[in-house]
Design a binder for this molecule. Structure first.
Ligand code: BES
Ligand code: MN
Ligand code: MN
Length: 456
């Protein structure tokens, strides 16, 4: 549509400036020393939604960080799209590995470098600017509701409560999210699923205090060694997970479905080179695309214990700990998996140590029905602006609230992400391509247009 194009060309630079301003606010949800910044960011999102043309815009307080809500109802008889995103970001550390300040966005090689540039400020902001485009050119084809939260990176616990308490306000026909990746701008893809998550912490305790490793070493089990052995035993020689019952409910895909997934372009040499590894690793019998999309996994996110400071200290630590997460696929239940993990971890502990297992948070996997009109609308929108239709893919990451949208609101979710896997999400030097940002703003109005037309 020419009016959209004209509007977006005219306001291109301002769109970017506004995003950079948002990126300068360190809205780190995990760290309470940033609580004020999180609040400031919520207020900034509210203001931007209002300026774009949204009504009833509100910063809704929760027991944690606030949720920003806004809407534009043009005609209750028309379909309604609920846009979800998150303005909170992951902590920026390790800071010394950033080439520029995580909250001082810079544009280099046509990419925006900043924490949150791709996950998710740069992506949800495309929706605000796409909405502005339609609102200011009087071309809004349907109703839009925005719900931008501040706790996605810490598990969305309060959003779950908000949804249950605001079912009427959140009534819609579909949820639209840009918080995932596509293969590339040349090979656009649409994620048809997200994995679930079960996040655990384990603590192994040996002796009742730290000991001199010369005096006691060799006579008392070292909890760090025991922990490493226990963790190592969680995968067998084929890299299958050894927790009894772990795979019982895993949905196996048909040969046709697997073939379709594996037809996506994937360059193993390039993948390895980008990551700086000489060999890939994973569950025997599955391809990399399958290992990161349709198969469950278990990862150590962090491990510590004993002396890790400068120089050396001879010590046999009293305790060693690890944070361990599992990615889940349909039809695994995260509470069930957490319980299986706990029982197994306690069972494999030798008598020489005690173990404590705690569950942090979790979430269910999700699969988008590809025969849904909104999935077709998203495919058509991508075709309109990329010149070719999207390849369906399974996303490896998790957005736990998506399963709740279905359970509590009865809504299906479309995952129309414009990022790239190589955007360094949660990692130093997070980036988002300018072309991805603008392409998203260009594509999203078509989604609304086609969704409204196809829903008739
Ligand atoms: N945007 C990501 C999820 C994502 C990334 C999905 C890439 C698909 C591809 C989201 O912000 C995220 O990081 N989620 C967390 C889960 C959360 C409970 C901490 C994740 O996946 O680790
Ligand atoms: Mn995200
Ligand atoms: Mn994230």
């Amino acid at each position: 549509m020419q009016v959209w194009k004209d509007y977006q060309v005219t306001h291109k630079d301002r769109f970017l400036e506004e995003l950079l301003e948002l990126l300068r606010i360190p809205s780190v949800s995990a760290d309470s020393s940033f609580s004020k910044d999180v609040k400031t960011c919520a207020e900034a999102v509210k203001l931007r939604l209002q300026e774009a043309g949204a009504e009833n815009v509100e910063v809704c307080p929760t027991a944690g960080h606030p949720i920003v809500y806004g809407e534009k109802i043009i005609n209750p008889a028309l379909p309604t799209v609920l846009v979800y995103g998150h303005y909170d970001v992951q902590p920026a550390d390790p800071l010394e590995l950033w080439n520029s300040g995580p909250f001082e966005p810079v544009i280099k090689d046509e990419k925006i470098y900043a924490r949150g540039s791709a996950d998710d400020k740069g992506q949800f902001y495309m929706h605000v600017k796409a909405f502005e485009t339609m609102a200011k050119t009087n071309t809004l084809p349907c109703n839009i509701k925005f719900m931008i939260e501040g706790e996605e990176e810490v598990g969305s616990a309060n959003l779950g409560i908000f949804i249950k308490e605001n079912k009427e306000r959140l009534k819609a026909d579909v949820v639209l999210i840009s918080d995932t990746a596509m293969l590339s701008l040349e090979n656009p893809s649409l994620d048809t699923g997200l994995r679930g998550l079960s996040y655990m912490e384990v603590e192994v305790t040996g002796p009742n205090r730290d000991l001199h490793s010369g005096v006691y070493g060799g006579a008392v089990a070292n909890p760090a060694t025991i922990l490493c052995k226990m963790i190592a035993s969680l995968h067998d020689e084929n890299n299958h997970i050894t927790i009894p019952g772990f795979y019982d409910k895993v949905q196996e895909l048909s040969k046709e479905e697997r073939d379709a997934l594996n037809a996506a372009p994937f360059d193993e040499a390039e993948y390895k080179a980008d990551l700086g590894v000489d060999e890939l690793w994973g569950e025997k019998g599955y391809t990399t695309i399958e290992r990161t999309g349709i198969r469950p996994t278990l990862e150590v996110n962090g491990i510590w214990g004993g002396y890790t400071g400068e120089g050396s200290k001879t010590v046999l630590p009293s305790k060693a700990s690890a944070k361990i997460s599992m990615r889940l696929v349909p039809n695994q239940d995260w509470k069930e998996i957490s319980a299986l993990f706990q029982a197994h971890f306690e069972k494999i502990a030798p008598k020489s140590v005690k173990v404590k297992v705690t569950t942090h948070h979790g979430g269910s996997p999700y699969v988008t029905p590809t025969d849904h009109v909104a999935f077709k609308a998203a495919s058509e929108a991508i075709k309109a602006t990329f010149g070719k239709g999207p390849i369906p893919m399974r996303g490896g990451g998790s957005i736990p609230i998506v399963a709740l949208f279905e359970k509590e609101l009865g809504l299906k979710t479309i995952l129309m992400g414009f990022g790239l896997d190589s955007d360094n999400l949660h990692s130093p030097n997070e980036k988002y391509g300018l072309a991805n940002f603008y392409k998203g703003i260009e594509t999203i109005p078509y989604f609304h247009k086609y969704f409204a037309e196809m829903s008739k």
